[in-house]
Design a binder for this molecule. Structure first.
Ligand code: PLP
Length: 363
C-alpha cells in the first residue's frame, strides 16, 4: 500500500467521467465563476439540505471568510479546539482575532461540551468553530443549545465530515455557517484545492459571496471591507459535480472499513474508535496507544503506512508559543502523543484491511 489514502486507486475508476468534465470546461472558454460553479453550488447545497452554498479557494479560506462574514475582527475572541492541523487557528489569526481553546473529550477527541460550557461563562466569546474531526460529528445539538443561550454564532468545520448525519440533518446545517474543504484527500475532494460554505442565512451567504471577490457587490464596486480573492475554478467545480454523485457510496464503504478495524483489532495496548452510525463518515481511522513509535515501526516493517493526525496542539506550534504561554489542555496534549492513523479509503478491499488488522494484533 502506497499511502494511508491512495488517490490513484480512488480516481482510476471514474477517470473517464472526470476527463469528460474537464474537456467540457476547456472547450467552454469560461474558467472562473461560470456555469459549473453555479451548478455545483446548487447541487452541494441541495445535498446538504441548506439554502445557500458559496464556493471558495480552500477550506481555510472558507473558515476565514465565514468569520469575517460574522463580523469577527481584531477585537474578537473565537473559541475552537487545538488538536487539528492549524486550520481554525490560521483562519482566526488571519482576521486579527484571538483564539481561545477548549479541550477535547477523552473518548472521541472531539470538542468537550463541559469545557465549552465553562468557557462561555468565564470568557467573552464572539464566535465558536466546532470541528467535526476524523469524520465524527461533535455533540452539535448540545453545543447549539449552549451557544444559543449566549448568542454566540456557530461555525461548523466539516472539512472531515462531508455527508455525516445526526437526526436526518447533515454536518454543516446545524450552525450558522458550515465550512468545507475539497482538498484531494477529503471525503469529497477536488484534483486541486477547493472549499465552500453553506448557510441558511441569505445575509451571511451574500457576505461570503462578496468577500471571496474583493468585497465587490458588482463589478469593480466594493462595499464590504476585508475582501479577498478566493474562488473555486470551473474545472474543479466540474470534477466535484462528478464526485458528489459517489459521495454516499464512498462514505458507506469507509464506514465498513472502520467498523471492520474496530471489530477486529484486539490488543491490550491499543484503544480503537467506537463503532458508530451515520454520524461518522470515517475520514480518518485513528487508534490510540502510549507506545506509538514502536507500533509505527512495526507496521512500517510490513510496508503498512500510517500517519499522525495531529502531533502538535495549535497553541504549542513553534511560531505561536508567545501568543499562548498559559494555555494547557491536558486531553488535547495526551491525544497528540498517542493518536495513530491507519489506512482507510473506499477502494481498500477486505483482504487488505484484514492484513493490517493481523499485523496490529501480532504487535
Ligand atoms: C483539511 C482541513 C481544513 C483546511 O482545508 P484546506 O482546504 O486544506 O485549507 C480545515 N479543517 C479541517 C478539520 C481539515 O481537515
Amino acid at each position: 500500500m502506497k499511502a494511508i489514502n491512495d488517490l490513484d486507486r480512488h480516481i482510476t475508476p471514474i477517470v473517464k467521467m472526470i476527463e469528460e468534465a474537464v474537456s467540457r470546461v476547456i472547450a467552454s472558454g469560461w474558467y472562473i465563476l461560470g456555469p459549473e460553479v453555479i451548478a455545483f453550488e446548487q447541487e452541494f447545497s441541495s445535498y446538504m439540505g441548506s439554502t445557500y452554498c458559496v464556493t471558495v479557494g480552500n477550506g481555510t479560506d472558507a473558515l476565514e471568510l465565514a468569520l469575517r462574514a460574522l463580523g469577527i475582527n481584531h477585537k474578537s475572541t473565537v473559541l475552537t479546539v487545538a488538536n487539528a492541523g492549524m486550520y481554525s487557528t490560521s483562519a482566526i489569526l488571519a482576521t486579527g482575532a484571538i483564539p481561545i481553546y477548549a479541550d477535547v473529550r477523552p473518548d472521541t477527541s472531539l470538542i468537550d461540551v463541559v469545557d465549552v460550557t465553562r468557557l462561555v461563562t468565564e470568557v467573552k466569546i464572539d464566535a465558536i468553530i466546532i470541528t467535526h474531526l476524523y469524520g465524527m460529528m461533535a455533540d452539535i445539538e448540545q453545543l447549539i443549545n449552549i451557544t444559543r443561550d449566549k448568542n454566540i454564532p456557530v461555525i461548523e468545520d466539516c472539512a472531515q465530515a462531508h455527508g455525516a448525519i445526526i437526526n436526518e440533518r447533515k454536518a454543516g446545517s446545524f450552525g450558522d455557517i458550515g465550512c468545507f474543504s475539497f482538498y484531494p484527500t477529503k471525503n469529497l475532494g477536488a484534483l486541486g484545492d477547493g472549499g465552500a460554505i453553506i448557510t441558511n442565512h441569505s445575509d451571511l451567504g451574500g457576505r461570503v459571496r462578496q468577500l471571496r471577490q474583493y468585497g465587490w457587490d458588482s463589478k469593480y464596486h466594493a462595499t464590504i471591507a476585508g475582501g479577498r480573492n478566493s474562488r473555486l475554478d470551473e474545472i474543479q467545480a466540474a470534477i466535484l459535480r462528478v464526485k458528489l454523485t459517489f459521495l454516499d457510496n464512498w462514505n458507506n464503504r469507509r464506514r465498513e472499513i472502520a467498523t471492520r478495524y474496530s471489530h477486529n483489532i484486539n490488543h491490550p495496548k491499543i484503544i480503537t474508535q467506537a463503532i458508530q452510525g451515520k454520524n461518522y463518515v470515517a475520514h480518518l481511522y485513528v487508534i490510540k496507544t502510549t507506545e506509538r513509535d514502536n507500533l509505527r515501526q512495526h507496521l512500517a516493517k510490513e510496508g503498512i503506512p500510517s500517519d499522525i493526525h495531529y502531533p502538535i496542539p495549535d497553541y504549542l506550534q513553534p511560531c505561536y508559543t508567545h501568543l499562548f504561554p498559559k494555555v494547557y489542555k491536558p486531553v488535547t496534549e495526551q491525544h497528540c502523543g498517542e493518536v495513530l492513523t491507519l489506512p482507510c479509503f473506499p477502494e481498500m478491499n477486505d483482504t487488505e484491511v484484514d492484513l493490517i488488522i493481523n499485523h496490529i494484533n501480532s504487535w
